[in-house]
Ligand binder design. Structure first.
Ligand SMILES: [Zn+2]
Length: 277
């Protein structure tokens, strides 16, 4: 990746983490995040800094990966010559439609295209993002890395994503920036910029619980989420909905009680019916 783009991608990730924290009304990492964000912003070349800040005033996503020759955010089909220039990584180019700065990331994990069913009822609620085959009752994990690995491999084995290994790496890099474990026995590890399909969630439970992050209590419910760049804003809504459901102790215990993936899935659908739209 072009070094300046790489810098902007990392900076953007920090601003998205800050949005997550603000959304969840969590303040303990805000000061450190703000410091890192201003330090990284100051290191950008002046012209890029102006452009980046102007784009972020409009929307948190200022830098967007190309997916199948399209801008991953606005969906604009890009001319082959433009894709080639961006792939050469020598110069930076903006999307002709939405003006976001484009990049190619060959090393990113990828979502396998949505499996479309022509028949059957339209999916609603959590069923738009997950499935009974993505439920793991009683994870064998005893730490964050093992939990992420189990859930990422589940997604790959069930044919939702390619390259579980790259997802695990990316999710752990994200954890290193700021842990996704929260109160109420929850953790929301995730990987952004997984293009090629929709936002996807795999869920694992652990009755015993384990320390996802040293500073937190035991984690018992792990929501592992892959997020296409265009769904970054929606992800915040999903996060809020899931948190609201699991804030209720009876919803958590209903889920933790299940030992069968199909029953666990039905319970997840039930407890998120009014919170995940
Ligand atoms: Zn665009």
């Amino acid at each position: 990746m072009h070094p300046v783009i790489n810098h902007m991608v990392q900076l953007q990730e920090l601003t998205l983490i800050r949005d997550e924290q603000l959304h969840a009304k969590r303040t303990e990492h805000l000061e450190q995040l703000n410091t890192s964000i201003s330090e990284m912003t100051n290191k950008l070349p002046a012209n890029m800094r102006t452009q980046f800040e102007k784009l972020q005033k409009r929307d948190p996503i200022a830098v967007a990966p190309i997916s199948d020759s399209n801008c991953s955010v606005c969906g604009m089909k890009l001319a082959t010559s433009l894709v080639q220039m961006i792939s050469s990584k020598k110069e930076m180019h903006a999307c002709p439609s939405c003006a976001r700065i484009l990049f190619v990331d060959d090393s990113a994990p990828r979502r396998v295209g949505q499996r479309t069913r022509r028949h059957g009822p339209r999916k609603v609620g959590i069923a738009r993002f997950s499935s009974e085959v993505l439920m793991i009752p009683d994870l064998s994990a005893t730490n964050a890395e093992e939990a992420i690995q189990e859930l990422a491999e589940k997604m790959e084995n069930e044919g939702f994503v390619l390259h579980a290994d790259k997802m695990i790496e990316a999710a752990l890099r994200r954890e290193a920036l700021c842990s996704t474990a929260v109160e109420d026995e929850l953790a929301f590890p995730h990987v952004r910029s997984v293009e090629g399909g929709g936002l996807t969630l795999a869920l694992g439970t652990s009755k015993k619980g384990f320390h996802f992050h040293d500073e937190r209590g035991l984690t018992r419910i792990v929501c592992f989420i892959v997020i296409p760049t265009a769904a970054s804003a929606f992800y915040l809504k999903l996060l809020a909905g899931l948190t609201k459901s699991f804030l209720k102790e009876n919803n958590r215990s209903a889920l933790l009680k299940e030992t069968d993936p199909v029953k666990m899935w039905k319970t997840l659908c039930r407890v998120t019916r009014t919170t995940v739209k």
